[in-house]
Design a protein around this ligand. Structure first.
Ligand code: GDP
Ligand code: MN
Length: 377
């Protein structure tokens, strides 16, 4: 689960990290009023689950409250990477001497939380990692001990020469680690971590993703979910208890079991197609789940054919077949549907589908080939 900058900043503040104050506005009037109370120069910042807001025009400095109003007017409703801005953060502007990058994420390769820091922070950090990887220092944290003080120092020492800045940054790196662990995060990032002309180190941007599996034991974090900022398909899938990941192809896939879902996607690629999604309807075969799955798949305009691949173990094939027939009664489905069912109650299922006029298969190769053919026709 991604959270907004203002929410990540709340988490950081709670861990003791020096973060400028800020308030949220959903209208230009509110933004103006907040800017008025701060006085002086403020920054108006789009709150969307996407990086690169600055480059997209979603972060603007305003010299007074009238200008803050103007910027808020422009930024609210703006689209950044396909997401509509519904909130802006208004925060007093900082004077910046330097911009560094400090991030931590769960690294698959080392199977542990790994820090990355760079003195070349700011809006171009992705480019730095590609063109100048030596400008980034990495450190993997041993979860048995957590981040040790000398390790935080070693990271901070890569950012600054001034002992006072190194000391402040070491402390912030330790606090970031605590916040990352306490929040059940899979990623936490400060970019930029700035130094000011008066010699302070502060976090003026904040990003955090929470591991979904950590949410159940952290209700205070779980309630930060902003459903209005998520794609409809993901919300629908979560509410229906389906695991769904949208992809870029045109073959909509509806499968039971994560392993079979991945094998199906591989086979789609093998036959020259591209899957539109990963979707696992899970072990149950509740017809409502099938209806929800079809709703989600058909809400993606790229889908040109729908492929069902069901292996009936605990899942009963006849229940899935009933779900498919039920779904076509309840919703208008344009793309052709091809179905492969095998296992428990297969014969009954094939009968139901035949009666309803659906082409049904028992061979996985055949059905995938047909789905790819239909999608590319
Ligand atoms: P991002 O583009 O989504 O990462 O948004 P950031 O919050 O990181 O802002 C982008 C850039 O805007 C920063 O790297 C700064 O250069 C600039 N910026 C953001 N806040 C301030 C501020 O308070 N004062 C000044 N002078 N610049 C700022
Ligand atoms: Mn940033």
């Amino acid at each position: 689960m991604d959270i907004h900058e203002y929410q990540a900043k709340e988490r950081f503040r709670a861990a003791g990290i020096l973060v400028p104050p800020g308030e949220i506005a959903t209208t230009a009037d509110e933004a103006e009023a907040i800017a008025e109370t701060y006085g002086g120069v403020v920054v108006v910042k789009a709150q969307v689950h996407a990086g690169g807001r600055g480059k997209a025009g979603g972060v603007k400095l305003a010299k007074d409250s009238a200008e803050a109003r103007e910027h808020a007017q422009n930024i609210l409703g703006m689209e950044i990477k396909g997401l509509t801005v519904e909130k802006v953060l208004v925060t007093p502007a900082e004077e910046i001497d330097t911009e560094a990058y400090v991030g931590i994420l769960v690294d698959r390769k080392s199977q542990a939380a790994t820090f990355m820091v760079s003195a070349a922070g700011g809006v171009d950090i992705e480019e730095v990692s590609e063109t100048n990887p030596d400008a980034i220092r990495k450190l993997t944290v041993d979860p048995r001990y957590g981040l040790l003080p000398h390790q935080a120092f070693w990271l901070a020492n890569f950012l600054y020469d001034d002992p006072s800045l190194i000391k402040q940054a070491s402390k912030i790196i330790g606090q970031l680690y605590d916040s990352f662990v306490d929040s059940g995060a899979s990623m936490a990032e400060i970019n930029p971590l700035i130094t000011t002309p008066s010699g302070e180190v502060k976090a003026i941007d904040a990003k955090m993703s929470i591991d979904d599996s950590e949410l159940f034991r952290r209700p205070e974090v779980a309630k930060m979910r902003d459903t209005s900022a998520e794609p409809d398909s993901e919300r629908l899938a979560r509410d229906a208890g389906l695991s769904y990941v949208k992809l870029d192809g045109n073959v909509g896939c509806c499968v039971n079991g994560a392993g079979l879902a991945m094998a199906t996607m591989d086979l789609v690629q093998y036959y020259g197609g591209v899957p539109a999604n990963f979707l696992d309807i899970g072990g149950s075969s509740n017809p409502d789940k099938v209806v929800a799955a079809l709703q989600i798949i058909t809400s993606d305009p790229n889908v040109k054919a729908i492929l069902f691949n069901i292996f009936g173990g605990i899942t009963r094939c006849d229940d899935v077949a009933k779900g498919i027939v039920e779904a076509t009664k309840r919703i208008d489905i344009r793309p052709p549907i091809v179905i492969r069912l095998t296992g428990t109650n297969e014969e009954i299922a094939l009968g139901i589908l035949k009666e309803a006029g659906f082409p049904a298969y028992t061979s996985m190769d055949e059905v995938v080939e047909e789905a790819v053919h239909l999608a590319n026709a």
